[in-house]
Design a protein. Structure first.
Length: 178
């Protein structure tokens, strides 16, 4: 597929997943907050595009700098130094930090490399870590988008990351909310 076609497919799927997740959370009374880096607030924007999201969405932090990650979200300087800003440990601390900051029932933390620059041999463009939390449960994944897609652009990486984060959240909620 060409990227224009990929973008349309991802956008359509993203709309469906977002509506499903937000409507489920509204029905169950589960609240959400977000801590985003490489998606730059796109997850928050996507969630709040659904009518009624104000019932469940507490807020989000677009924590593009390491300083904001540390000051607002409580990401440890030692964690940043040891694992780098692009790591599952940082994504985990971001989701824990926003959950604590807002008092929400669930949270998502996202950090990664959307490109086109910034990638390395060890962590190429498309390296994205997502942490989703619900109460005391957490799932963290390295999406490794570079293994699935060739020649990704920044927009596509951000869109697919938001979609995958919402899918992970839905999976975690369904597993632990019964």
């Amino acid at each position: 597929m060409k990227f224009a076609e990929d973008d349309k497919l991802v956008t359509k799927t993203l709309d469906i997943v977002t509506s499903d997740v937000v409507e489920y959370m509204i029905a169950k009374g589960i609240t959400l907050s977000t801590a985003e880096s490489c998606t730059g607030g796109m997850l928050s924007q996507t969630v709040t595009s659904v009518s009624g999201a104000s019932k469940i969405f507490f807020g989000g932090v677009c924590s593009y700098s390491e300083e904001v990650k540390m000051k607002l979200l409580g990401v440890s300087a030692k964690t940043l130094e040891r694992y780098t800003v692009y790591s599952e440990q940082v994504a985990s601390q971001m989701s824990a930090g926003i959950m604590k900051l807002t008092g929400s029932d669930s949270a998502v933390g996202i950090t990664g490399i959307a490109g086109p620059g910034g990638g390395t041999a060890q962590k190429p463009v498309g390296t994205v870590y997502v942490s989703v939390r619900y109460k005391d449960f957490e799932t963290v994944r390295d999406l490794m988008l570079y293994k699935e897609y060739e020649d990704m652009d920044r927009k596509f990486i951000r869109l697919i990351t938001v979609q995958r984060a919402l899918e992970m959240l839905r999976e975690l909620l369904l597993k632990h909310e019964s």
